[in-house]
Design a protein around this ligand. Structure first.
Ligand SMILES: Cc1cc2nc3c(=O)[nH]c(=O)nc-3n(C[C@H](O)[C@H](O)[C@H](O)COP(=O)(O)OP(=O)(O)OC[C@H]3O[C@@H](n4cnc5c(N)ncnc54)[C@H](O)[C@@H]3O)c2cc1C
Length: 554
């Protein structure tokens, strides 16, 4: 079987599949330890109860409430119940999490959490996890096709039977067969110009699934993180606010007092991002940003708990948070939607599974809580890997028809043989800038309509993009052109779902026309499929177990 993606979700899935007895290989366009999971900073949530009373049920309730009641509660309950065991397993594998004086794992407060439950390794948690998981992959001798760009999924006899890849190092298409395939290709923050996401986060897996006719769920929900460095968009972890940092406006006022008097800076991300944007739009910002003030934490605590954040602020904003407040603003950070799966990662297509940020299981609903995503990659990566292995072990054949290979070759040739056309970066830049302008923290009917027109125009231009590099070795010109195609499809899905959701819920905020949540009409997931001439929208019920929607107050 194959796992596409070598971030936390992909590696955890491959380890689980191997341990279940499957012959598994990983395909990744990056070396595994360069996957974007390695950039995660603040921590990973599990109700261990080390810092205060806590239990999986409280974690589940916080997650449901944080999701603005759009999360599927059965998946959330599985998630919070299994998270503590997964953390201990990572710890036994060698993850050196920060500890309390009594030797137990330390846990810090994160936004909208009823208890301090974020386990962390200073502020380099993702880096630690990715190294530990890679060690486990190497220990098991799991084959990694690294620097293989997965381009298309192979469907044969109504099931997924492999992946068509471009070999980045040597050039040429490579067809890999697999009885099952787990997509773990991460998020798509690069659809926006201001983002915390790496260049590789272009939504490839979501788009590949979409093109196979599979449903994507809740595409309109893009989370904006409140503290990204101005102007680069690099993330400063929520852990800064978890450790006690303040947000202040140009007058030095802790403005969260007016928006979330109880939770203050630790209200959920959608609330804090909207508050910051309002401050900036109403003239109380500084150069399009507000300030994150850590000075009162003191040098010792900043150096011990937030060394990475300090370094980022000094390198990319020229500010040492020990002495000065840091300019920050909201940036596109995490996409709550993705390939629809059940709680074992299974998609609608037999043999195809998905886990991590590419998937929508759906734990995060309309708004993800900080620390829940890393945990999701581990818990649902493990579950998807196990389920995919079980299916692969009980079925015998794999066949990739030659016609599929030939079609892919022809399509690629057409692109590479083109001698004239527009360079992809230009369309990519326009896409990123316009998405930020028209489909950002706040959404307005006229701007969304305008963005749909822009996307139509960009999509019309895309078929004539010119790949200038015709070579075989590290042809990133080619892969970036393919990624652009993915992003244009996904942006179109986001806009269509966004304009149709006539309410404000979680990260989808329409302050002018539909400022409140409308459970009567929109307590439902959006489902997007690609039809002949564009996305087709339908809706699906949210799975509830025990929590009825109530108003969110912070
Ligand atoms: C800066 C930052 C900080 C964060 N901090 C936290 C935090 O503290 N806590 C938390 O819970 N969450 C955090 N998050 C969110 C969390 O880190 C991510 O959602 C999560 O790590 C995603 O993991 P993943 O395995 O799904 O994807 P990734 O780690 O992005 O891995 C994707 C993999 O897929 C591969 N891939 C992609 N496309 C292709 C293709 N076409 N062909 C082959 N391979 C492909 C890539 O090479 C990569 O190996 C943070 C996010 C960011 C951006």
């Amino acid at each position: 079987m194959l796992v596409v993606g070598a971030g936390c979700a992909g590696m955890r899935a491959a380890i689980a599949a191997h341990d279940a007895g499957a012959d598994v290989a990983i395909v990744s366009k990056l070396h595994p330890t360069r996957s974007h999971s390695g950039a995660a900073e603040g921590g990973i949530n599990a109700a261990l109860g080390n810092a205060a009373d806590d239990d999986p049920e409280t974690h589940a309730f916080d997650t449901v409430k944080g999701s603005d009641y759009l999360g599927d509660q059965d998946s959330i309950e599985i998630f919070t119940r299994e998270a503590p065991g997964d953390i201990y397993e990572l710890e036994h594998w060698g993850a050196f999490f920060s500890r309390r004086d009594d030797g137990r794992l330390a846990q810090r407060p994160f936004g909208a959490a009823g208890s301090p439950r974020t386990v962390y390794a200073a502020d380099i948690t993702g880096h630690v996890l990715i190294q530990v998981l890679y060690e486990q992959v190497v220990k098991r001798d799991i084959e990694v096709y690294e620097e293989y760009f997965a381009w298309q999924l192979v469907e044969n006899e109504d099931r997924c039977q492999g992946v068509i890849c471009w070999d980045l190092l040597n050039g040429g298409l490579k067809v890999l067969g697999g009885k099952t395939v787990v997509l773990a290709t991460g998020g798509m923050g690069r659809i926006y110009r201001a983002t915390t996401n790496a260049y590789a986060c272009t939504g490839d897996g979501m788009a590949m699934a979409l093109r196979m006719g599979l449903p994507l769920k809740d595409m309109e929900f893009m989370q904006f993180h409140p503290t990204t460095l101005y102007p680069s968009g690099i993330l400063l972890t929520e852990g800064c606010r978890g450790e006690g940092a303040y947000l202040v406006n140009k007058d030095g006022e802790r403005f969260m007092q007016r928006y979330a008097p109880n939770a203050m800076e630790l209200a959920s991300r959608d609330v804090v991002s909207r508050s910051e944007t309002t401050e900036i739009e109403e003239g109380r910002g500084i150069n399009g940003s507000v300030l994150l003030d850590m000075r009162h934490l003191g040098a010792e605590r900043i150096i011990e708990r937030l060394p990475g954040s300090r370094e980022l602020a000094m390198t990319f904003a020229g500010v040492d948070p020990i002495h000065d407040p840091v300019p920050v603003r909201p940036g596109a950070h995490y996409h709550m939607g993705g390939v629809e799966t059940d709680s074992d990662g299974a998609t609608e297509l037999t043999g195809l599974y998905a886990a991590g940020e590419v998937a929508c299981v759906s734990v995060h609903g309309a708004n993800r809580l900080g620390g829940n995503s890393l945990m999701e990659t581990i818990t649902f990566g493990r579950r998807a890997g196990t389920a995919a292995a079980e299916w692969a072990l009980s079925h015998t054949t794999v066949e990739v028809p030659q016609a599929v290979e030939r079609d892919a070759e022809r399509e690629l040739r057409r692109l590479l043989d083109r001698r004239q056309g527009e360079r992809p970066w230009k369309i990519r830049d326009e896409l990123g800038a316009s998405m930020l302008e028209n489909f950002g923290v706040f959404r307005y009917e006229d701007k969304m309509a305008r963005q749909i027109e822009i996307l139509d125009e960009l999509r019309d231009r895309y078929p004539s993009v010119l790949v200038e590099d015709k070579g075989d070795v590290f042809n990133t010109d080619l892969t970036q052109a393919l990624e652009l195609g993915y992003m244009l499809d996904l942006a179109t899905c986001m806009l269509q779902a966004g304009i149709a959701r006539r309410e404000s819920r979680g990260a989808h905020s329409r302050p002018n026309d539909y400022p409140t949540r409308d459970d009567e009409n929109f307590l439902k997931h959006s489902i997007t499929r690609w039809a002949d001439d564009g996305p087709e929208l339908s809706y699906k019920e949210v799975r509830m177990t025990k929590w009825e929607p109530t108003e969110r107050k912070y």
